[in-house]
Design a protein around this ligand. Structure first.
Ligand code: GLY
Length: 390
């Protein structure tokens, strides 16, 4: 294997230019590290499909209390993060502190949501149970059958496409170099990672390499098995509708629903877009938009907000969340010197963008994750290195 013999041209090479790779590169460059990003189309990726809910409380899952702490910390930092990014780029992120209403459709959905509410309260989270009538008072477009719900004024939203565009510009302004190509393989020289080779054959050398390739992070060639992140694609289909001016304000906040046991969300943006999502499908690399996926989303969203069938349908897309075995990200140094991970953010990539940037910058400059990010070290999935075959 060809190994670059010249000194590293970069301090940090980030493989993957989605929002997680970009925020890592931006924060690293701000700390004075010479940083490059490898991606054929930086700023695209799962964020292009994502709805952008910053829903630490309403998306709470049983058994994910450790992740909740990270999610809450990142949500708290969003206003300052958005302000800083806007100041650096002149671009608005569509950050909207609008709150969320999570409603239940039938009696079983109501019971499930009551249980979730009790769980939220045991964790000290700000969430208020309100009647169906009060839900409709807040959001008059809700169906008369809605049985009640949770008012969570601290779960907000941001526009992930704007976020990605702003991060790209911030990186460019901070001097990050972009290689618009794919990484063919990571370069391992003896006992450490030394950069990557691109598809066009260019060898890039770097002191530290960050693998931030989203759902593809586990497929990158060149790495020994024991450091490959256990990340898999989890398909999500999402619709974008348009709210004509005459119908505004259609919804004033994010509305989530449990509908006959399934989950759906409607995220209204200030620019008149209404995002309806999302399926969650374990189908490998499939990114097909299916009639069944669209039907389920529209059926459930219509049961909650019947007026949506009047709205123009602008887009239907499918993206791949980078799922990990415990639904939490893998952050920081790995067992292989020179290689760090920033991947596996699953449902929380947009929410965790600010705190991932901070944690990765710290790891890249000091060699250690800050205390709040240590539970997310890749070491929690460590497997023994395989003996080399002779
Ligand atoms: N966080 C929303 C989703 O993954 O669909």
């Amino acid at each position: 294997m060809h190994v670059p013999s010249c000194p590293p041209q970069d301090d940090v090479l980030v493989i993957g230019g989605g929002i997680i790779g970009l925020v890592t590169a931006w924060r690293a460059a701000q700390r004075g590290l010479r940083t490059a990003v490898v991606d054929p189309s930086p700023g695209a990726g799962a964020a292009h499909v994502a709805a952008g809910m910053l829903a630490a409380v309403t998306e709470l899952q049983y058994g994910e209390q450790t992740l909740l702490e990270l999610n809450l910390a990142s949500a708290r930092s969003y206003p300052t993060f958005a302000e800083e990014l806007t100041e650096a780029t002149g671009l608005d992120l569509g950050y909207r502190p609008c709150g969320t209403l999570a409603v239940a459709l039938d009696a079983d959905d109501r019971a499930a949501m009551r249980e979730l509410h009790a769980f939220q309260l045991t964790l000290g989270l700000a969430s208020e149970w309100i009647s169906g009538r009060d839900c409709r008072r807040l959001e008059p477009m809700l169906a008369p059958g809605v049985r009640g719900g949770l008012r969570v004024d601290g779960d907000h939203q941001v526009d992930p496409r704007r976020l990605a565009t702003a991060l790209l510009r911030a990186c460019e302004r901070a001097g990050v170099v972009f290689h618009r190509d794919s990484a063919e393989r990571v370069t391992v020289d003896g006992d450490r990672v030394r950069g990557a080779v691109l598809r066009d054959g260019t060898a890039l050398a770097a002191e530290q390499t960050v693998l931030a390739a989203g759902s593809r992070s586990g497929t990158v060639a060149g790495l020994p098995e024991h450091v490959l992140p256990p990340v898999r694609p989890v398909k999500g289909q999402v619709l974008r509708l348009r709210i004509p001016r005459a119908y505004a304000p259609f919804l004033s906040r994010t509305v989530r629903g449990v509908v006959r046991g399934g989950h759906v969300y409607l995220v209204p943006r200030e620019n008149g877009e209404l995002v309806v999502g999302a399926t969650s499908e374990e189908l490998g690399w499939d990114t097909e938009v299916t009639a069944g996926g669209v039907y389920e989303l529209l059926r459930d969203a219509h049961d909650l907000v019947p007026g949506i069938t009047e709205l123009p349908l602008a887009e239907a897309l499918a993206g791949l969340r980078p799922g990990s075995p415990d639904n939490a990200p893998l952050l920081g140094p790995t067992a292989l010197p020179g290689l760090l991970l920033a991947t596996g953010h699953h449902r929380n990539g947009v929410l965790l963008t600010p705190i991932t940037g901070d944690a990765m910058a710290e790891a890249l400059t000091t060699g250690e994750l800050p205390p709040y990010a240590r539970p997310f070290t890749p070491a929690r999935f460590a497997t023994a290195p395989q003996e080399q075959a002779v």
